[in-house]
Design a protein. Structure first.
Ligand SMILES: CC(C)(COP(=O)(O)OP(=O)(O)OC[C@H]1O[C@@H](n2cnc3c(N)ncnc32)[C@H](O)[C@@H]1OP(=O)(O)O)[C@@H](O)C(=O)NCCC(=O)NCCS
Length: 183
């Protein structure tokens, strides 16, 4: 299936809240107790939290659409030239000066394995190359999410360190991945 990515703005808040909450609960909802999950949903994925993120000019959100049926299939959040987590890199790797942080890349389960994610990632990397000065892209991925890190590896992302991601009071071990954009 072919996909298109579209820039999201304030008028897309309802769609963003819906797709963010659905994809997070589908993917990770079973991993946390009710309190931690509730904390995360309230602080990170509530209408108020996502509204503030959308309004912040440093963030870039894309919705991901199935080109054939026009169905909304997922969303992506990037922050160009944002170095959060890069301090957790192990020594000996390429050290970016201007890395774009790929913070969220989420597809609904029913559209996984269809090629949509592949197209959407390629379009996102093309957008970063054309619209930023970034020399790399980095992300973190839950260490028990092989589907996601296998997917990232296919694009050339490499495991360069480890970090921790908090969901409520629950600490998840995450892999830090980096894709070098310059030769
Ligand atoms: C991560 C995501 C975008 C990838 O898109 P996708 O359509 O599922 O990806 P694909 O099917 O093209 O590729 C997945 C790869 O993982 C492999 N895979 C699937 N399940 C696996 C498992 N349990 N163990 C190891 N590899 C696995 C597939 O065989 C495929 O590998 P290949 O490239 O060698 O064929 C999508 O699964 C998703 O949105 N997941 C939920 C949200 C999420 O986890 N986001 C990442 C947060 S960091």
């Amino acid at each position: 299936m072919a996909s298109v990515i579209k820039h999201m703005d304030a008028s897309d808040l309802d769609a963003l809240v819906n797709i963010s909450q659905r994809t997070f609960l589908e993917t990770f909802g079973m991993n946390y107790n009710a309190k931690d999950l509730n904390d995360y949903m309230e602080t990170r994925l509530s209408r108020q939290a996502l509204g503030a993120e959308l309004a912040d000019a440093q963030n870039v959100f894309f919705s991901v659409w199935d080109e054939k049926t026009d169905a909304l299939t997922g969303y992506i959040k990037i922050i160009p030239q944002y170095c959060k987590f890069l301090d957790d890199m192990d020594e000996g790797h390429f050290e970016p000066k201007n890395s774009t942080y790929l913070e969220r890349f989420y597809l609904l389960k029913s559209f996984q394995g269809t090629g949509i994610a592949q197209n959407a990632m390629q379009a996102t990397l093309d957008w970063i190359k054309q619209n930023t000065e970034s020399d790399a892209v980095h992300l973190t991925v839950f260490c028990e999410n092989p589907r996601a890190y296998t997917f990232y590896q296919r694009f050339g992302f490499e495991h360069v360190g480890n970090t921790v991601y908090m969901v409520g009071d629950h600490a998840d071990k995450e892999f830090l991945y980096l894709l070098k954009l310059v030769c």
